[in-house]
Design a protein around this ligand. Structure first.
Ligand SMILES: Nc1nc2c(ncn2[C@@H]2O[C@H](COP(=O)(O)OP(=O)(O)O)[C@@H](O)[C@H]2O)c(=O)[nH]1
Ligand SMILES: [Mg+2]
Length: 273
């Protein structure tokens, strides 16, 4: 559903129509929105995921992690226009990287395929982006957010890692390892993703703050995975996240050292924050 409106008083030639798409009773937008869904053996959960997606999204890109169930067939039957892409390697980070490359929208939303994310929240993410944010970062621990899916150990680990990121990178995040986020496509050039596993969200959250992008947290509720079990292993993946934090920290130190020693950068050209 899309309509053509003229912005009142814009002084624009009325013959140049801008296509606005209503996304709520209060908001109509022009940028096309792509939804990326990484899915590995999620056939049973996909009906819940697709049912909650708003009809106004421009495209849905499903990244299949070599599923051995009917994930791809079910996705195609539920959303006939779904763009199905494969991934080169393994892991959620690898899948998202492939999915982002395949997107044609200006806004990209990441949604898990396990039924834990409510597609009805997409409007809040998109509203934040069209209001000026570069990156709309879901948070289960911001006021109004919540989780039914995290164990005590996962909450503790996420809190500890989030605290380290806030201290080391000057961020003010309330959540770190959460898969529901949205951003303008241009952010991809600044964050240059190069990881394969569940550390992907942490890497994105660190690089957006390092790049000086405008980040807005969106309160989000994470529901229980409906069928199947999580692929995440708290200790193994927690250590991977920690490794990414330390690596990003040391890259930052190297960069500062290089800045101090480089005559070009010392004169203020190509400022490094
Ligand atoms: N394509 C793809 N998707 C994956 C992979 N690993 C996890 N996912 C998907 O990423 C989402 C989050 O994974 P999940 O196992 O629920 O982890 P959790 O949400 O952290 O407990 C789900 O939609 C998974 O199907 C992978 O290697 N490839
Ligand atoms: Mg999950």
């Amino acid at each position: 559903m899309s309509s053509v409106l003229h912005s009142p008083g814009s002084g624009q030639d009325p013959r140049i129509a801008t296509h606005y798409r209503p996304i709520s009773s209060h908001l109509a937008i022009t940028p096309p929105v792509s939804v990326v869904i990484p899915a590995m053996n999620e056939a049973e959960n996909l009906p819940y995921v697709f049912k909650s997606l708003p009809g106004w999204v421009h495209e849905v890109v499903l990244v299949d992690g070599n599923s051995t169930d009917d994930t791809v067939e079910v996705a195609r039957s539920l959303w006939p226009d779904v763009k199905v892409v494969g991934q080169r390697g393994k892991g959620k980070g690898d899948a998202l990287t492939a999915g982002f490359e395949a997107c044609s929208g200006d806004i990209i939303v990441m949604v898990d395929a396990d039924g834990s994310a409510d597609g009805g929240e997409i409007v809040s993410y998109v509203s934040a982006l069209v209001s000026g944010a570069d990156f709309a970062k879901g948070s289960r621990f911001a006021n109004g957010g919540g989780t039914d899916d995290m164990t005590f150990i996962r909450k503790l680990g996420n809190w500890a890692l989030c605290t380290v990121v806030n201290r080391k990178f000057g961020a003010r995040y309330t959540d770190l390892c959460y898969g529901y986020n949205a951003f303008w496509r241009h952010c991809l050039d600044k964050i240059d993703l190069d990881c394969t596993g569940f550390e992907v969200e942490t890497l994105m959250n660190i690089r957006v703050v390092k790049a000086g992008l405008k980040v807005q947290e969106i309160p989000s509720h994470e529901y229980l995975r409906i069928h199947g079990t999580s692929n995440l292993r708290a200790v193994r993946d927690g250590l991977r996240v920690l490794k990414v934090i330390l690596k990003e920290r040391s890259n930052r130190r190297d960069l500062r050292r290089r800045t101090r020693n480089s005559p070009l950068l010392r004169t203020g050209q190509g400022e490094v924050s």
